[in-house]
Each structure stands twice: as structure tokens, then as C-alpha cells.
Ligand binder design. Structure first.
Ligand SMILES: Nc1ncnc2c1ncn2[C@@H]1O[C@H](COP(=O)(O)OP(=O)(O)O)[C@@H](O)[C@H]1O
Ligand SMILES: [Mg+2]
Length: 283
């Protein structure tokens, strides 16, 4: 099926986020818009502090209550910003799931990993029996290619490697078959080989489940491996969007060109430091 003929699954319109500070409200996201269809990956890229995580937390409505959020976040027909908290809770971890950056802090160190995945199932399917829940958990563990899934159900997070812990978090995210997966720097804490394996796994899951994915990273090289469309964010604004080939082949904004120039390639001369991203627009 041609995804371009469907309506967007997620449509963010003129999203603004402000936080209360000692000197009044400070706006950190300045009216950004983007959309995402089923089966599509949108890469949101930009340097640290550009507002990527705030954007993902705003979609899930996980920002602190004093944050002001305006605009519209349309998901499957409803504006998430207008939903009651109970309705929002039904989406979180079910139709919209999230993977965070740091696998160790996102897992409870004193609870077996199978039980942690089971909690996500139980939260959304309270009537399922413990046998069915366990079956779903083991199936999710198998889908993320954790070796000996059933046998490792009762193991604790410290008994797994960093890459395996990220797989456990991905299992937790997909166990309720979400339509939208938000991955905020999912591979940043991992070494390069493991990073590549996790990116391959996410691509495979997206394909198999027709997942829409919002893939967030400060690293354009990582985003370009994964995303069909790319939005470049800087200082709380989206300064450039396009297909991967548009952004790579014909970058419009000087900032995007600098991000591209900073990607190391096989030909990069590693005896010199990589190009730094300029702090301000060249005159
Ligand atoms: N809870 C908050 N209260 C006030 N300011 C915040 C809060 N969270 C983030 N910010 C500010 O918003 C900006 C963007 O943050 P963030 O979305 O985390 O950036 P990124 O994920 O792109 O690195 C930063 O300048 C940060 O200091
Ligand atoms: Mg962030």
C-alpha cells in the first residue's frame, strides 16, 4: 500500500512550549509543524538544546504541568492537547510508545526484566491472565532478538549488556503493538557496532508492524540511516524539512550544510578535528 495516500497518523501544528522561569515565561519551542504517516520514519535532528526532547515530551503530554503548550497535536483523529488525562494515559505506552536514551535509568534495577515488560501489558490489558501476559512478554523479547527469551524472563537488568538493555526497552515499547514509536536518542549511549544493530532492529520492527516512527537524534549520520523524511531543528524552530535525498542532496539552510560537513566519512582526514558547527549564521 502506498503510505502517501493515507492521512497522516500524527500531525503537529504550530506547537509552542514555554516554561515558567524567575523572570517570566520562556518559550523554548516556537511554533513547529510536521506530520508523519503510518510506516514512515521522520528524523528530527539538531544540536543539543534545540528542543527535540521537549517536542517528544509534549506529544506524550509528559511535560511538567506548569509548562504552557499550544497548537495542535493530532493523532488518529483527536487533538492530544485537548484529551482528558485518563484518555491520554490510554494512549501512552499503548498506541504511542517511547524509547528513551539511557537504558539503565529507564529500567528498575531490582525487578526482573520480564516483570517490567509485563507491567506495560497489565497497565493496558488488566483482564489478561498471567499466562497470556507472560506469553506476550516472551514474544516481545523474541521480536527484539534477546537470546533465550523465556529463560531470561526472571533476570535483572545488570545481567544484560547495554545493547541488550536497549532491546529490553524496545520490547517494552512494542509489547502493546503501538502505531507510533517515539525514539529519543535511542542509540546515543551505545557503542557504534551495537548502535548499528539497534538501528537494524528498529527498521525491521517498523517494517513488520507498519510502525510510524519519530526518530530523534543530534547525529545526522544516525538519522540518515533510518529516516525517510528529515526535519532539522535549531533553537526551537524547524529550519529545514525534506526527504532524506532532498536534505542530503540539496540542503537549503547553512546550518544543515554545516551538519552535513560534520559527518565523518571513510575519506575524513582523522588527523584533524571534525568541522565544528558554527554558533551563528555566517555573515
Ligand atoms: N523543564 C524545563 N524547564 C525549563 N527549560 C527547559 C526544560 N526542559 C528543557 N528546557 C530548555 O529547553 C531547551 C531545549 O531542551 P531539549 O528539548 O531537552 O533539547 P534537545 O533534546 O534538543 O537537546 C533547552 O534550552 C533547555 O534548557
Ligand atoms: Mg534531548
Amino acid at each position: 500500500m502506498d503510505a502517501s495516500q493515507e492521512n497522516p497518523l500524527l500531525q503537529v501544528e504550530n506547537l509552542r512550549v514555554s516554561f515558567a522561569t524567575d523572570t517570566g515565561m520562556r518559550e523554548c519551542v516556537h511554533g513547529i509543524s510536521f506530520s508523519l504517516r503510518a510506516g514512515e520514519v521522520l528524523g528530527l535532528v539538531g544540536e543539543s538544546g534545540s528542543g527535540k526532547s521537549i517536542t517528544s515530551l509534549a506529544i506524550l503530554r509528559l511535560l511538567e504541568p506548569t509548562a504552557q503548550v499550544s497548537g495542535a497535536i493530532r493523532f488518529a483523529g483527536a487533538n492530544l492537547l485537548e484529551l482528558r488525562e485518563a484518555a491520554m494515559r490510554r494512549h501512552r505506552g499503548s498506541s504511542i510508545a517511547m524509547i528513551f536514551q539511557e537504558p539503565m535509568t529507564a529500567l528498575n534495577p531490582v525487578m526482573p526484566i520480564g516483570e517490567q515488560i509485563a507491567e506495560s501489558v497489565r497497565a493496558h490489558h488488566p483482564r489478561l491472565g498471567s499466562r497470556e501476559i507472560r506469553d506476550r512478554v516472551v514474544e516481545a523479547m523474541q521480536q527484539v532478538a534477546l537470546p533465550n527469551a523465556a529463560a531470561r524472563y526472571n533476570d535483572y537488568p545488570h545481567q544484560f549488556s547495554g545493547g541488550q538493555r536497549q532491546r529490553i526497552l524496545i520490547a517494552m515499547a512494542i509489547v502493546n503493538c503501538p502505531q507510533l514509536l517515539i525514539a529519543d536518542e535511542p542509540t546515543t549511549a551505545l557503542d557504534v557496532t551495537v548502535q548499528a544493530q539497534i538501528l537494524d532492529l528498529l527498521a525491521e520492527l517498523r517494517e513488520r508492524h507498519k510502525l510510524a516512527m519519530l526518530f530523534i537524534s543530534h547525529d545526522l549520520a544516525v538519522v540518515s540511516r533510518t529516516a525517510h523524511h528529515i526535519a532539522v531543528m535549531r533553537h526551537g524552530e524547524i529550519i529545514e524539512t525534506g526527504t532524506r535525498s532532498d536534505v542530503f542532496g540539496h540542503p537549503q539552510h547553512w546550518y544543515t550544510r554545516n551538519l552535513l560537513a560534520a559527518i565523518p566519512t571513510m575519506r575524513t582526514d582523522r588527523s584533524h578535528p571534525l568541522a565544528q558547527i558554527a554558533a551563528a549564521s555566517p555573515a
